[in-house]
Design a protein. Structure first.
Lengths: 292, 374
C-alpha cells in the first residue's frame, strides 16, 4: 500500500515542477518507490514527524514557493531523481524521502532557509550513501575517515608514484575528501574515500589510525573546479555517451549519474567536476577532459 | 566494444609508427632473463617472477588478485625527451578480469609527466590470449620531467606474461659493442707495430678501440687461421648487444691475408631475440682485407691507416653487415673457418628505422608472425 506521505510528496513535486511529471512518466518503477513505506530512521537528522503529513494546503503553498525559485526547484528535482536511481540500485533512500518531505513542509511554512537546509540534508545523505555504487563502511566521523585513508593509502601512493592511468579519478576523489574533511564534512569525505577505494582496486587492511596523514591533509589546498554551463553540459554528455558504449562497473556509473544530477540541479561546477572524475574512470585522459 | 577500441587504438598507434621517417635507437631491450633495472611494485595479493616459455623464451609473469602489480622503471630522459617512442612487447594473458575503471586491465603503459600535465599511452588487454604483440607510440615533450614505463595488471585480477620488450626512440642508434669479454690478444703480441687508440671515426660511425691497459694487455681479438693453428677457433663468449640493429660494422683485418680465397677465413653469427640467426662469411679480398692493404675491397673499406717502423702500411678496414630482423640483436659470435686469421678491433651496431610492425595476423610462441597458410 502506498504511504500517504510518499504519495503526497511526489504529488506536490508534480504541482511545483512540470518537468518532474515528465521525469516520473519516463520511469515506470517510480510508483513502486512511492509505495514503499517511509521508515523512521534513527540516523536521520530530520525530526521523525518531518515526513509524516504534508497536507494539500501545504502542498499548494510549497508549490508556489518552488515555482518562484527555479534553482531551488532544480535542486529538489535533482535529489528526487538521484534518490530514485539509488533505490533502483538497491539503496535505501527513505531518509532522503523524509528530508524532502520536511523540505516541502518548510516550503509550505514559507521558511526558505529551512527549505534549503532540508534539501542540502537530502543531498548530503545521497553523498553519504556511498554515492550509490558502494556501501559506506565509515560512520561519518573523522576517525572513520582516518581509517579509510589508512586502508586506501597503499593503492593511492602507488598510483601517484607510478603515474598509473587509474590514479587520475582516485586523486580527484581523495582531494575532494580531504577538502570535505577540512570543512567539517567527514561523512561526505568517507563516502568519497569509499568510492576511491572501489576505483583503485579495493582496500588494504591497515591498522587503525587516529588521524589522517599529512599527505592527505595537504591535498585540501587544491583549488575548486570552475566551468561554464556549456562546458559542464559537454563533459556530462561525453561521460554519458562513453558510459553508454562501455557499460562500466556500477561505481563508474554512479559518477556519471552524479554528474547528471549536478547538472540538472543547476550546479555546472560540480557537474563538470563529477563528469571529469567519471571520464577519467572511463579511460579519458585529463587533457582530453579539459579540451572539451 | 572495449576490445574493439583497444584493437583500434593499437592499430592507430602502429600506423603512427609506420609514419616515422627518422632512424631509431633502442632505449631499452628487456629479454627478461632477469629483473635487473626493474622494480616490482604491488598492492594487494600478487606474485611476480621469471618463467620459461616454450622455445627457450623467458618472460616475467605477474599475477594479481584484485589489486595492482607492476613491473616498473623510469626511462632515462636523455634518451627519450623530445622523441617519439615506440614501445612493443610480447604479451600473454590468462583469465584477466577487468576491474572497475576502464583502465583496470592488463597493460603496457607509459606515463609522461611534463609541465603541461600527465599524458598516458597504453596497450590494454584482458581475458585470455595467446602470445601476441602489444605496443604503441608516444610523443615525449622536450621538457618531460618523468617518463615511467609500467607493465602489469592495474586494479584487476588475472595473470599476464611479458617478454621481449623493446623501447625505441626516433633517433639514429649507434651502439659500440663491448668486446672486453672477447679480447684475447694485444697488437704487440700479434706483431702489429702500429695500432689505433681511442675512437676511430669512419663515415660518422665511431669505433671504440679497447685500451690494453684496462684489459690485461688485450686490445683486440683474433681467431685461428693459416699459420696460427693454436689460436682460438671461436670467440670465447657471445659479444652482447641488446639492441635493435640494421647493420653491424666490423673494424678488422686479416693477418697475412691474401687477395682472394676460396673459403671464408671466418664466419660471423648474429643471434636475435626469438632465436633467429643471421650469418656473414668473411672471404679474404672481399669481406676482409689483409692488414696493410691500402685499397678497399668489395665490402671492406680502409678506415684507419698508419705505418710500421719500416714504412710498411698498417691498415684496418670496415665491413658492413646488413641484418634483417625486427627482433633485437642479442649477441654476436665468430668462428674461424679456413683462411687468414681475422683480427677484430671494434664492432659498432647501427639502427636505422625499424620495419613497421605487423598490424594483424598471428604470432607463434616466439612472437614471429605467420600467415594462415603456414
Amino acid at each position: 500500500m502506498m504511504s500517504q506521505a510518499g504519495a503526497t510528496t511526489w504529488r506536490l513535486v508534480k504541482l511545483a515542477a512540470p518537468a518532474a511529471i515528465i521525469a516520473w512518466a519516463a520511469v515506470s518503477s517510480w510508483y513502486a518507490w512511492q509505495a514503499r513505506p517511509i521508515r523512521s530512521s534513527t540516523s536521520s537528522p530530520l525530526p521523525p514527524e518531518g515526513a509524516a503529513t504534508v497536507t494539500p494546503e501545504e502542498q499548494a503553498a510549497a508549490a508556489k514557493l518552488f515555482a518562484g525559485v527555479q534553482d531551488r526547484q532544480q535542486r529538489f528535482l535533482a535529489v528526487v531523481e538521484a534518490a530514485k536511481v539509488q533505490e533502483r540500485d538497491g539503496a535505501d533512500a527513505d531518509a532522503v524521502r523524509e528530508a524532502l518531505a520536511a523540505a516541502m513542509k518548510a516550503a509550505a511554512a514559507g521558511d526558505v532557509e529551512a527549505v534549503d537546509a532540508r534539501i542540502a540534508t537530502a543531498e548530503r545523505m545521497l553523498d553519504e550513501m556511498g554515492l550509490g555504487g558502494s556501501s559506506v563502511a565509515a560512520g561519518g566521523t573523522a576517525a572513520a575517515v582516518a581509517g579509510m585513508v589508512a586502508r586506501i593509502e597503499p593503492a593511492y601512493l602507488l598510483g601517484r608514484e607510478l603515474l598509473t592511468e587509474g590514479h587520475a579519478a582516485v586523486e580527484k576523489l581523495v582531494r575532494r575528501a580531504s577538502r570535505d574533511l577540512t570543512t567539517g564534512e567527514p561523512g561526505r569525505a568517507a563516502a568519497l574515500l569509499q568510492l576511491a577505494a572501489d576505483l583503485s582496486g579495493g582496500e588494504t587492511p591497515a591498522p587503525a589510525a587516529a588521524t589522517v596523514p599529512e599527505w592527505f591533509t595537504a591535498l585540501a589546498d587544491a583549488p575548486p573546479t570552475t566551468a561554464t554551463q556549456a562546458e559542464a553540459e559537454a563533459a556530462v554528455s561525453l561521460a554519458e555517451a562513453m558510459a553508454a558504449s562501455e557499460s562500466p562497473a556500477p561505481p563508474v556509473m554512479t559518477l556519471v549519474k552524479r554528474a547528471r544530477r549536478e547538472l540538472d540541479a543547476g550546479r555546472p561546477n560540480e557537474a563538470y567536476w563529477w563528469a571529469g572524475v567519471a571520464l577519467n574512470a572511463l579511460g579519458i585522459a585529463e587533457e582530453a577532459v579539459a579540451a572539451r | 566494444m572495449r576490445k574493439a577500441l583497444i584493437i583500434f587504438f593499437c592499430i592507430t598507434t602502429w600506423r603512427l609508427a609506420e609514419g616515422l621517417s627518422c632512424p631509431a635507437a633502442t632505449v631499452l631491450f628487456s629479454p627478461f632473463d632477469s629483473l635487473a633495472g626493474w622494480s616490482v611494485r604491488s598492492v594487494g595479493a600478487s606474485e611476480a617472477g621469471i618463467v620459461h616459455r616454450p622455445n627457450s623464451m623467458q618472460a616475467v609473469e605477474l599475477t594479481s588478485r584484485g589489486g595492482t602489480v607492476f613491473l616498473t622503471r623510469e626511462l632515462p630522459l636523455a634518451d627519450v625527451a623530445g622523441c617519439r617512442l615506440t614501445v612493443n612487447c610480447l604479451v600473454e594473458s590468462d583469465a584477466i578480469v577487468p576491474g572497475v575503471q576502464l583502465s583496470s586491465t592488463g597493460k603496457v603503459h607509459l606515463a609522461v609527466e611534463s609541465p603541461e600535465g600527465l599524458a598516458h599511452y597504453s596497450a590494454r588487454f584482458s581475458g585470455t590470449s595467446p602470445l601476441h604483440r602489444e605496443g604503441f607510440s608516444a610523443d615525449v615533450p622536450a621538457d618531460a620531467r618523468r617518463v615511467v614505463l609500467n607493465l602489469g595488471l592495474e586494479a584487476c585480477s588475472g595473470t599476464a606474461r611479458f617478454g621481449r620488450l623493446v623501447v625505441e626512440n626516433d633517433k639514429r642508434g649507434i651502439h659500440p659493442l663491448d668486446l672486453s669479454q672477447t679480447a684475447n690478444a694485444g697488437h704487440d703480441q700479434l706483431g702489429i707495430e702500429a695500432f689505433p687508440s681511442g675512437t676511430v671515426e669512419w663515415e660518422g660511425i665511431p669505433f671504440r678501440i679497447m685500451n690494453a691497459d684496462d684489459h690485461d694487455g688485450s686490445d683486440c681479438f683474433r681467431l685461428r687461421g693459416i699459420g696460427h693453428d693454436d689460436w682460438p677457433a671461436n670467440t670465447a663468449s657471445p659479444i652482447p648487444a641488446g639492441t635493435c640493429a640494421s647493420a653491424i660494422y666490423i673494424l678488422h683485418g686479416a693477418l697475412g691475408g691474401r687477395e682472394t680465397s676460396e673459403t671464408p677465413s671466418a664466419i660471423w653469427s648474429a643471434s636475435f631475440a626469438g632465436g633467429q640467426d643471421n650469418g656473414l662469411s668473411l672471404f679474404e679480398g672481399r669481406e676482409i682485407g689483409a692488414i696493410g692493404r691500402t685499397e678497399d675491397a668489395e665490402n671492406w673499406q680502409v678506415a684507419w691507416q698508419s705505418e710500421a717502423a719500416d714504412g710498411r702500411p698498417v691498415t684496418f678496414g670496415v665491413t658492413k653487415w646488413v641484418v634483417y630482423s625486427d627482433a633485437p640483436l642479442v649477441g654476436l659470435s665468430c668462428r674461424a673457418y679456413n683462411g687468414a686469421p681475422p683480427v677484430v678491433l671494434a664492432i659498432t651496431v647501427v639502427e636505422e628505422p625499424p620495419a613497421p610492425p605487423q598490424e594483424e595476423g598471428q604470432f607463434d610462441e616466439m612472437g614471429e608472425g605467420f600467415s594462415e597458410g603456414e
